[in-house]
Ligand binder design. Structure first.
Ligand SMILES: NC(=O)c1ccc[n+]([C@@H]2O[C@H](COP(=O)([O-])OP(=O)(O)OC[C@H]3O[C@@H](n4cnc5c(N)ncnc54)[C@H](OP(=O)(O)O)[C@@H]3O)[C@@H](O)[C@H]2O)c1
Length: 212
């Protein structure tokens, strides 16, 4: 599969390596391809271009941009280039303008996932991977067990594809939380992860749903 990743940060790099290791073709999109030159050498096969190059390249497009820059990144990527495609939204709507911990910057009914689905009306947006640290997006095996991955989106087939992608990254349990409105709860859930991190200065934790 051809995968376009919008982003050049920790998340984009992590999932790029996951997709490459799972046998996919990957192009990262950024405003500054030059800064990825060294990193690119460490992941044979990965290519780098503009946001528009990555969006056009991908059959599946992942969004891994800072929330405040996401609308601009999508404008640069070109909405037409993403039309009809599966979009994996990994963003969290965080506002770092007052420092850390960041503030949650959306309201109920207006989550990042819903806004992205609204901007990309003809795409199939699936919120995924936003509730876990970049460090365990691939091979999520912790000493105390395997965490769960929560996803949400309107299109059932798109969610099946994202579930298969997550399984190829090593996720055993992928939980479909429902339509894209549920992105709000996935994003608040990420906030809980972040608050725990700042309170205990611990950054490799993850959540698991236990059943009886
Ligand atoms: N880090 C984690 O563990 C983690 C876990 C779950 C979810 N997330 C979420 O995943 C997303 C990516 O996180 P990250 O830590 O990898 O990187 P990040 O620092 O949050 O974002 C970096 C990316 O944002 C783009 N960007 C920033 N401002 C922009 C603007 N004005 N216009 C266009 N693009 C802009 C940058 O583009 P250029 O390449 O052009 O500089 C870069 O590709 C965030 O929404 C974050 O909340 C992060």
């Amino acid at each position: 599969m051809k995968v376009g990743i919008l982003g050049s940060g920790t998340v984009a790099k992590q999932i790029a390596s996951g997709f490459i290791n799972a046998g996919h073709q990957v192009k990262l999109g950024t405003r500054d391809a030059e800064k990825l030159k060294e990193w690119q050498k460490s992941i044979p096969g990965v290519t780098v271009g503009s946001f528009s190059d990555a969006a056009s390249f991908g059959e599946v497009v992942a969004i891994a941009t800072l929330w405040s820059g996401t609308e601009n990144a999508l404008r640069l990527a070109g909405i037409e280039n993403i039309k009809s495609k599966i979009v994996i939204d990994i963003t969290n709507p965080l506002d770092f303008s007052s420092g850390v911990p960041p503030k949650f910057s959306v309201t109920y009914g207006n989550s990042a996932g819903e806004q992205i689905q609204n901007w990309l009306k003809d795409s199939k947006v699936v919120k995924a991977f936003n509730t876990v640290s970049a460090s365990i997006m691939i091979n999520p095996k912790l000493e105390e067990g395997n965490p769960d991955l929560l996803i949400a989106g309107n299109d059932l087939d798109a969610k099946k594809v994202v579930t298969e992608i997550a399984k190829s990254f090593g996720w055993q349990n992928v939980i479909d939380m429902g339509d894209i409105k549920q992105a709000f709860w996935l994003e608040t859930f990420a906030m809980l992860w972040i608050e725990f991190g700042f309170k205990y200065n611990h950054w490799t934790h993850a959540f698991k749903l236990l059943y009886k």
